[in-house]
Every structure is written in structure tokens, then in C-alpha cells.
Design a protein around this ligand. Structure first.
Ligand SMILES: [Zn+2]
Length: 162
């Protein structure tokens, strides 16, 4: 995983907040999941400038830790965005694999053959692949549905092509 050129916020998301981590990756943030269960690890992350995101009460009052109060994944995302005053210019939607957290790279249409449905191969123009799990991403109805959900939470205009 290469994040050397990544200029955005880095998170370490507690394993208990897997769905929130996935949303952060969809938005393009570096957000690996890991068990955040000891203070040494929390302190090490803070030293590296990484924001630990957790619901564990024992870490609630540590400066720099983002303690999440909400139960629902999209409410949690909204809470995180407003707590950190994240702006739309910080987003790189669909630049990262939502499962692995790895940065996606663009592939030619021919390389997507067999990895996406035929109608997608014919109609989509932008294909990206995850270097870790080889999953192929493309603009489409699923992606638009996620954008719609994000817009309802954030008020951001994330329309495709924009
Ligand atoms: Zn992946």
C-alpha cells in the first residue's frame, strides 16, 4: 500500500466500526480497520498523526482520539465529518478500495473484461482496480446509490462526472 503521496487525513478505525471505515474509504480517506484496544497503540497512532476512531469509553477523553457517539453508520459518518470540519475538497471519492483500503489504479477497458458485467464493459468508460483484491470499480448505479446516501448525510453535491 502506497500512501506516500496521499495528502489527506489518516484514520485508524476500531474494528467495531467496520461500516464507518468502509464509508471513509469510499470517500477516499486512508482508513484501515484494526483492533484499538490498548493505550500503547492509541499513543503510537497519535504520534504518527493518525486519528484513532473508536467507541470504547476508556479512550474517550484522550486528546486527539475521535470518540463516536452515534449508533448508525451514516450518523457516525456525519458525526465524524462535523467533528473534524471535513470539507468536500478533502474528498477523493472512489479512489480507494472500500474493502482493503488500498489505492485504486486505472485500467484499460480490455483489462476489465471478465471482471465486470458485459453491459458495464460496453457502457462504462472509467475502470479502476484494487491492487490487493483485484476488485474492479466503475461508475454505475451502485456507485450512484452510495453517492445519494452520502449526499443525504452531508449535503454535499457528489454527482457523477462532477
Ligand atoms: Zn481491494
Amino acid at each position: 500500500m502506497s500512501t506516500a503521496a496521499y495528502p489527506g487525513k489518516c484514520f485508524a478505525v476500531d474494528i467495531m466500526l467496520g461500516k464507518l471505515a468502509k464509508w471513509l474509504r469510499v470517500l477516499g480517506f486512508d482508513a484501515p480497520s484494526m483492533p484499538l484496544d490498548d493505550r500503547v497503540r492509541i499513543d503510537a497512532l497519535l504520534c504518527e498523526g493518525i486519528i484513532p476512531v473508536t467507541r470504547r469509553e476508556i479512550f474517550r477523553d484522550i486528546e486527539g482520539v475521535l470518540f463516536i457517539r452515534n449508533d448508525h453508520q451514516l450518523d457516525q459518518l456525519k458525526e465524524l465529518i462535523s467533528s473534524l470540519s471535513i470539507g468536500i475538497d478533502e474528498l477523493r471519492p472512489f479512489s480507494r478500495c472500500s474493502l482493503c483500503n488500498a489505492g485504486l489504479f486505472q485500467i484499460p477497458r480490455e483489462a476489465a473484461f471478465g471482471a465486470v458485467p458485459d453491459y458495464v464493459l460496453e457502457t462504462a468508460s472509467d475502470f479502476r482496480m484494487c491492487p490487493e483484491c483485484s476488485r474492479v470499480y466503475w461508475p454505475g448505479s451502485h456507485r450512484q446509490k452510495m453517492f445519494d446516501e452520502l449526499e443525504s448525510v452531508t449535503g454535499w453535491d457528489l454527482r457523477e462526472g462532477g
